[in-house]
Design a protein around this ligand. Structure first.
Ligand code: BGC
Length: 757
């Protein structure tokens, strides 16, 4: 019987592999036949990716971009938000250009297309891979109904610096978690078959190390050892490649003194040779010409360097189109290199099925039926409520029914801000604000009174910079004192105050670095006045990054971090404030006590003079602040309580490829059903190179009814113990390991095992 099953399995695999290689052969044949008809200029045209101009439907075919398309000078276009415009431009490519090669249409579909989910940092706080995959699936379905077949997502730049505005776009500070998210998102977008009309090609970005920009200043230099790159920063990009991502975007920053857009080691050696990536590589927006500012050559040189490094497509720079023919004549690049880049882009178009039907993503009926449909919005509301992190709660939340609520703060009505950074496809007029959501949810049983209470910032110039991209929070002309008085008047009759404060959506995201990550002064003043009333106050914190909240933690009785939760934010926040949903998010990035502690992250090394809890002379610490985080990685409260039983191991002495089981019982000891993220950490105590004090190696999100107990078990194999040593060899080493399970990186139970090869 066993033999028959093995034989059937072998036959099936052989048939599938055969079909696969037939498909690939057909693709190669098609592409090489097409390329044999192409001129050098037409090949270079495929490498060119301009941004969309602001054209009006009906005028697309007479636009400047259309004339380039017609001349075969464009391979793809991005960020056009309309199926009719996309169709019109595709028609120019297919019916009027010499070879009729269809265009790729891309977009920054980062956390949803029209139905917007929480910003990625918020999504990561769900620790729920099926929800994350589901959100990407919905985004792909909506985008592909609207003409888009390529998204510049996921962004997996690991970061330990909350000053960096783009912290909001990534998955936080941990490589293991971010790798799982990368995989879920690539699957969500691409599905199991890229040629379907409801899947889209994913592009992992920004390769690489962009999140390590010095000083947290955007686009800045990065510099780190290779061992750190391989162990800590590279894994999420590699996970996306292993999951079959179709394209990779290189980053703006330099690595080892060479900008990523022209870094041959990074693109050719690591990505293509070591990781076997076989899709195409695109630059970031004008990333190639920006190499001139980095100081590595003139326009022609930087383009030639970029192609030589292995970049295939030039986003917005137009230098591949205009300089590579000359560089080829001078022998600085070869025909074979240009051919290879063109081939990779044509192959992507082939895989998407564009040669069979260039309009397959342009079905207006489908667009009307699928985009922003009620079912998607309902899922977005559920997902949003799973991303919130309860940071503190001293008997304020949930707010019981029938209460009078004073809702105060500039973020409570800031409709356009709900979708956060990078929501290109959103219709912000449709977003649900907290005032809308809460008023609706409270209904006639209670009462919600609103007052703005403060502007976003005191400083007008700073406020302008923080809202200049269109997500305005209308500035009130009243004085700060008048606004506070209004808030206090609104609070006078209330049983509870909900303070909707934090960052505006554009205070995080690209080019939004901050050197001070406190709550803006105007809002903090308001918060102090609210707390001084002595009434229960719940701070609903809008933010795209960790903030420094030492005063808030010490003085405000409840803090619910809601990030920027998307188009359904207001309803989702109301669900949690009123206890319809029990919060279950956990932080994926450390919240420091103050900015001077940055970079502060849970999986640090030990040093020769380890961190103690309190100051001690000649140890690694600060005179003026402890080494502890305010809120550590993995932390998040619930309306119920969970108690962890004894940690149990299946063995304490292991050999070779044996498996270890680590398990623990978790009990809901409170009175409400709730979800808990159970986390597994491992410490490799002695290594040929120093190892972090703990590393996340597993997690499981469970749901428990009041009084219910569940056993959570993690399977641990030597695979989980592997790391890159000083020869960049990936392996594990014999020795002792601490196995830890708990509710956050700081709340763990620990046991030791010995594992030898
Ligand atoms: C960003 C990318 C984005 C691209 C296209 C760049 O400025 O760095 O993340 O995908 O623009 O919009």
């Amino acid at each position: 019987m066993k033999k028959i099953i093995t034989l059937c399995f072998w036959l099936l695999t052989t048939v599938l592999l055969h079909a696969q290689s037939n498909k690939e052969a057909a693709m190669h044949q098609f592409v090489s036949k097409l390329m044999s008809k192409m001129t050098l200029q037409e090949k270079l045209g495929q490498l060119n990716l301009p941004a969309s101009s602001d054209f009006v439907t009906g005028q697309v075919s007479s636009s400047d971009i259309a004339s380039k398309v017609l001349a075969g000078k464009v391979g793809g276009v991005f960020n056009i938000r309309s199926v009719s415009k996309i169709k019109e431009l595709q028609q120019v490519a297919v019916t009027q250009s010499r070879l009729g090669i269809p265009l790729l249409f891309g977009m920054d579909v980062i956390h949803g297309y029209r139905t917007i989910f929480p910003i990625p940092l918020g999504m990561s706080a769900t620790w729920d891979m099926s929800l994350i995959e589901r959100a990407a699936r919905i985004a792909a379905n909506e985008a592909s109904s609207d003409g888009i077949m390529w998204t510049f997502s996921p962004m997996v730049d690991l970061t330990r610096d909350p000053r960096w505005g783009r912290s909001s776009e990534g998955n936080g500070e941990d490589a293991f978690l971010s790798s799982a998210i990368a995989k879920a998102m690539v699957h969500g977008y691409q599905g199991d078959d890229l040629s379907k009309n409801n899947t889209i090609m994913s592009c992992v970005k920004h390769y690489a190390l962009y999140g390590a920009a010095e000083g947290g200043r955007d686009y800045n230099t990065t510099d780190m050892s290779r061992i750190r790159m391989y162990n800590e920063y590279f894994p999420p990009y590699k996970a996306a490649v292993d999951a079959g991502v179709g394209s990779v975007m290189v980053s703006f920053n330099e690595i080892d003194g060479v900008p990523a857009s022209g870094n041959k080691w990074l693109v050719d050696d690591v990505l293509r040779k070591q990781w076997k990536f076989n899709g195409f590589v695109v630059s970031d927006y004008t990333g190639i010409p920006e190499m001139m500012n980095h100081g590595v050559g003139d326009f022609k040189t930087v383009n030639q360097k970029s192609l030589n490094a292995g970049v295939d497509m030039d986003m917005v720079g137009e230098g591949f189109l205009t300089t590579l023919a000359q560089s080829m004549k001078e022998g600085l690049v070869t025909q074979a290199q240009i051919d290879k880049a063109c081939e990779r882009i044509l192959e992507a178009k082939y895989k998407l099925g564009l040669f069979e039907d260039p309009y397959k993503y342009c079905d207006e009926k489908r667009s009307q039926a699928e985009v922003f449909k009620a079912a998607n919005r309902a899922e977005a509301r559920t997902i949003a409520s799973q991303s919130f992190v309860l940071l503190k709660n001293k008997n304020v939340l949930p707010i019981s029914s029938g209460k009078k609520i004073a809702l105060v703060g500039p973020l409570a009505t800031a409709k356009e801000n709900m979708t956060g950074t990078w929501s290109v496809g959103a219709d912000n007029t449709q977003s649900i604000t907290l005032l809308n959501g809460l008023t609706k949810a409270v209904g006639t049983q209670g009462k919600v009174v609103y007052a703005k209470g403060s502007n976003l910032e005191d400083d007008i110039e700073l406020e302008k910079r923080a809202t200049m991209f269109g997500k305005e929070i209308l500035r009130d002309q009243k004085t700060a004192e008048q606004m506070i008085q209004e808030a206090l008047a609104a609070s006078a009759e209330a049983d509870v105050i909900v303070a909707a404060l934090g960052e505006g959506a554009e205070m995080s995201g690209e080019s939004a670095s901050r050197s001070n990550i406190d709550l803006p002064e105007a809002q903090k003043r308001l918060l102090k006045a609210l707390v001084a009333t002595g009434k229960p106050v719940a701070l609903v914190l809008f933010t795209g990054r960790p903030l420094t909240l030492a005063w808030e933690d010490a003085n405000v009785p409840a803090i619910l971090n809601v990030w920027f939760a998307g188009s359904e934010a207001g309803d989702a926040i109301a669900d949690v404030l009123l206890g319809k949903v029990n919060p279950s998010g956990k932080l994926t990035m450390t919240f420091p006590q103050n900015i001077g502690q940055v970079p502060l992250y849970y999986n640090h090394k030990n040093t020769g003079r380890p961190l103690g809890k309190w100051f001690s002379k000649f140890q690694s610490n600060y005179l003026d602040v402890s080494n502890e985080a305010l809120y550590p990685f993995g932390f998040g409260l619930s309306y119920t309580q969970f108690s962890y039983g004894e940690l149990k191991l299946s063995a304490t002495q292991l050999k070779g490829n044996q498996k270890l089981w680590a398990s623990i019982e978790v009990k809901n000891t409170g009175t409400m059903a709730g979800k808990e993220v159970v986390q597994l950490y491992i410490r490799d105590i002695v290594g040929s190179v120093t190892r972090p004090v703990q590393e996340l190696k597993g997690f499981e999100k469970i749901e428990l009814q009041p009084g219910e107990t569940k056993k959570v078990s993690f399977e641990i194999t030597p695979e989980l113990l592997k790391f890159y040593n000083s020869d960049l060899k990936y392996d594990w080493e014999s020795g002792d390991f601490d196995i830890m399970i708990g509710s956050s990186s700081k709340e763990v139970k620990s046991l030791k095992v010995n594992w030898i090869k």
